[in-house]
Design a protein around this ligand. Structure first.
Ligand code: ZN
Ligand code: ZN
Length: 257
């Protein structure tokens, strides 16, 4: 079934109208109700309940209880190779809200051969395709890497780009930024600017700098740059909180922008 899905999605080319359509916004943290940051060190996927929770809330739960409990379902963090993969398999079996995230994370375990699972690229690819179809954009991003580097599959640049586009269309700002960089290499500055503007709005940390460079070289207008500055500010206003700042100040690994 999975092979069929891959073939189908890859043979469909992404037209420009779908490619440049405004992607969906990041979801909200179910504890503090603020937007989940785009930077991956700003949040964690909880294998217990399948929720994506900001690291500000995770750290403040730890400070309040002096224990590593999930801020959403209160499940304890349990050390042990196979606990994580068992929890993920359980989430997938129960088909609850976190199923896409669980498939993605289990795919990472198979890709790396971690959490007590053997390395199995075919299983990782299958899980990432299913996760992507259920809306997990990072799964598509990882499929891009898989085909770009030929990780357990023949190298295929065309497929890699297709998955990068699927990730970007789903709202993955880093994938969007990369598409902009591809367009710079191909000397399509207008298309590059369009991608960077969307990536910047979606919270990518490098997009604003790319837009500034295009402006300095005459490929973007002052108005474009001003609009980009404003949307970066709006993004930061959406994600900033004291407890996220405290987490970031405590550990660089919890940086969220
Ligand atoms: Zn939160
Ligand atoms: Zn939980």
């Amino acid at each position: 079934m999975e092979i069929g899905c891959i073939m189908k999605s890859v043979s469909e080319s992404n037209d420009d109208e779908s490619l440049f359509k405004q992607p969906p916004k990041n979801e909200d943290c179910p504890i503090c109700f603020l937007t989940i940051p785009t930077l991956s060190t700003g949040y964690s996927f909880q294998a217990c309940c399948g929720k994506v929770i900001c690291n500000g809330c995770i750290r403040s739960m730890f400070m309040a209880s002096n224990d590593y409990l999930c801020p959403f379902c209160r499940a304890p963090f349990i050390e042990g190779e196979s606990v994580k993969s068992k929890r993920l398999e359980n989430l997938i079996e129960k088909k609850n809200d976190g199923i896409a995230g669980a498939m993605f994370t289990l795919g990472v375990c198979y890709d790396q051969g971690s959490s007590g699972l053997p390395q199995n690229h075919a299983k990782a690819i299958e899980l990432w395709n299913r996760a992507g179809e259920l809306g997990n954009t990072t799964a598509y991003y990882n499929l891009n890497i898989t085909y770009q580097h030929g990780r357990g599959v023949p190298m295929d640049k065309k497929k890699a780009k297709h998955y990068m586009e699927l990730a970007a269309m789903g709202g993955d700002a880093m994938a969007r930024q990369n598409l902009g960089l591809y367009e710079i290499i191909a000397n399509n500055m207008d298309r590059a600017l369009k991608h960077f503007m969307i990536a910047n709005q979606g919270g990518d940390d490098e997009a604003l700098e790319s837009i500034k460079k295009l402006y300095m070289h005459g490929y973007a207008t002052k108005k474009d740059y001003e609009k980009a500055l404003l949307s970066r500010q709006t993004y930061l206003d959406d994600i900033r909180s004291n407890q996220r700042d405290e987490a970031a100040a405590f550990d660089d690994q919890l940086k969220y922008y």
